[in-house]
Design a protein around this ligand. Structure first.
Ligand SMILES: [Zn+2]
Length: 340
C-alpha cells in the first residue's frame, strides 16, 4: 500500500471510530469482511476468464495434433464454434454472484445487527424476533439486488452480455488467425496472453494483428466483468446496511464515509459533506444514498444509532408504558411482532 493509500485507510478508520464509538469492533469487522470479499472476487473473476481461455487454447493445440492443419483454417473455426458458445463465463459468474451478494449483504447488515442485539440483550425483550427481523431484511435485500436494473437490464442479463462480449473477442482473435493462416499454436498463445495481460501487450508483439482488429476487442476483457461484479457487490453491501438498519429501533441516520479523505472525487465529497441536520454526511432513515457512488468507489455507509444508555432508558420506559415512546411502540408493532 502506498503512503497516501495507507493514510487514507487510517483516516477512514478514524472517522469510523468517531461515528460508531463503543461499537468500533463490529464496524471494523463489517468493513473487513467487505474488503476481503472484494479482494477475493477480483482474483476469482480473473480466474474464470483465464480458465475459460486456457480451455479454448488447449483445444486449438489438440486440434492441431489431430491433423486439422498447421495453419489456422475454417475447419478450426467450425470445430471451435461449440466451445465458444459454451464458454462457461455466464455460468461461472452466475454461480459466484449469489455468493458475493449474500456475503456483501451479510457484511453490511452485521453492524446494526450486533448493535441492536446487544441493546436488546440489556432488556427483558426476547432476542429471537429481532434475529428473525434481521434475517428477513437480509432476504429482502437479496431480492432487491437481483431486481436491480441498469439501462433496463437485470443483473442476469448483464452477466449474459459479458459472456457474449467474451465470445466475440475470442472469435475475433481466432478469425484473424484463420484469415492470415497463422500457426494454431501462435493463435492459442495469443488468446492466453490477451486474457492475462490485455490488448496492449498483445499489440506490442503483434502490431499488425491489433491494427486489423482496431477497437473490436476490449482492452482488458475480464476487467469489464470485474467492474460489474464490484459494482453489484458494493450495491449489495449498501442494500444490506440500509435494510438491516431499517429494522433497528435505535437507528437514527446513515453516514457516508469516504474511502479517500485526502483527494475524494466530487461526487463522494458531496455525499460525505451533505448536511441534513443530523451531522455531516448523515442521511435520515428512508433517504439513504445508494452505494456505490461510481464504479470502483470504495466509500461506505455506516448506520448511526441512538446513544445506548439513553436508548435503554427509553426501551425500559416503553416496556412500562408503551404509549410513552410512540416510535418504539411502532417498531414493536410493525417489526418485532410481525416476525413471530
Ligand atoms: Zn467514493
Amino acid at each position: 500500500m502506498s503512503k497516501i493509500a495507507f493514510a487514507s485507510a487510517q483516516e477512514m478508520l478514524r472517522q469510523l471510530k468517531l461515528t460508531v464509538g463503543p461499537y468500533f469492533q463490529w464496524a471494523l469487522s463489517a468493513r473487513k469482511k467487505y474488503i476481503e470479499l472484494r479482494l477475493r472476487q477480483d482474483q476469482e473473476v480473473r480466474g474464470i476468464y483465464i480458465r475459460a481461455t486456457d480451455k479454448l487454447a488447449k483445444e486449438i493445440r489438440s486440434l492441431k495434433r489431430q491433423g486439422y492443419g498447421s495453419q489456422m483454417n475454417i475447419r478450426y473455426l467450425t470445430a471451435l464454434e461449440q466451445s465458444l458458445r459454451d464458454n462457461g463465463i455466464a455460468d461461472s459468474l452466475m454461480k459466484v454472484m449469489p455468493v458475493y451478494l449474500g456475503r456483501a449483504i451479510e457484511a453490511g447488515s452485521s453492524y446494526s445487527y450486533e448493535v441492536t442485539l446487544s441493546q436488546i440483550s440489556r432488556t427483558k425483550l426476547a432476542k429471537e424476533p429481532v434475529q428473525k427481523a434481521f434475517a428477513r431484511a437480509n432476504k429482502q435485500a437479496v431480492e432487491t439486488c437481483w431486481a436491480r436494473t441498469h439501462n433496463g437490464l437485470h443483473l442476469s442479463d448483464r452477466i449474459w452480455k459479458h459472456d457474449q462480449k467474451y465470445r466475440m473477442a475470442m472469435s475475433e482473435i481466432i478469425q484473424d488467425g484463420v484469415a492470415t493462416g497463422e500457426d494454431p499454436v501462435a493463435t492459442a498463445r495469443q488468446l492466453e496472453q490477451y486474457v492475462r495481460r490485455g490488448k496492449k501487450t498483445l499489440a506490442a508483439e503483434y502490431p499488425e494483428m491489433m491494427e486489423r482488429m482496431g477497437n473490436r476487442i476490449p482492452q482488458d476483457i475480464s476487467y469489464e466483468a470485474l467492474r460489474l461484479v464490484r459494482t453489484e457487490t458494493a450495491a449489495a453491501f449498501g442494500e444490506g446496511t440500509i435494510a438491516a438498519a431499517s429494522v433497528s429501533p435505535s437507528y437514527t441516520g446513515m453516514r457516508w464515509l469516504l474511502s479517500k479523505n485526502s483527494d475524494p472525487c466530487h461526487i463522494c465529497k458531496g455525499l460525505a459533506e451533505a448536511n441534513h441536520g443530523l451531522g455531516k454526511g448523515v442521511y435520515p432513515p428512508s433517504d439513504e444514498p445508494p452505494m456505490p457512488a461510481h464504479p470502483n468507489c470504495m466509500c461506505t455507509l455506516v448506520s448511526v444509532h441512538e446513544d445506548t444508555d439513553a436508548f435503554i432508558d427509553r426501551l425500559n420506559s416503553w416496556i412500562k408504558d408503551p404509549a410513552s415512546q410512540p416510535d418504539l411502540e411502532n417498531w414493536y408493532q410493525n417489526v418485532y411482532s410481525k416476525v413471530a
